[in-house]
Design a protein around this ligand. Structure first.
Ligand SMILES: C=C(O[C@@H]1C=C(C(=O)O)C=C[C@H]1O)C(=O)O
Length: 73
């Protein structure tokens, strides 16, 4: 079972890093065409998705995930 836990942890790390890369790329592309760096309505939807799946901890996880893609505000 511990082996599976280690696999899951690695998958979370890989997905976290892939998501941060994609998020930065989307932000850069949008800014290059004159748009904003952030889209708060989209970020609110994401926070709500995590909150409804995971409760209060989900909110914190979502905020950390979003920060990983754009750096601290
Ligand atoms: C990646 C995007 O850009 C920013 C980053 C987001 C994210 O990491 O999910 C969401 C909205 C934007 O603030 C996007 O608009 O999808």
């Amino acid at each position: 079972m511990r082996e599976r836990i280690d696999e899951i942890d690695q998958a979370i790390i890989d997905l976290w890093q892939e998501r941060a890369r994609l998020s930065r790329e989307v932000g850069r592309t949008r800014m290059a065409s004159g748009g904003t760096r952030l889209v708060l309505s989209r970020e609110r939807e994401i926070v709500e998705r995590f909150r409804s799946a995971l409760g209060a901890d989900g909110t914190q996880v979502a905020l950390m995930i979003l920060r990983a893609g754009r750096g601290p505000l």
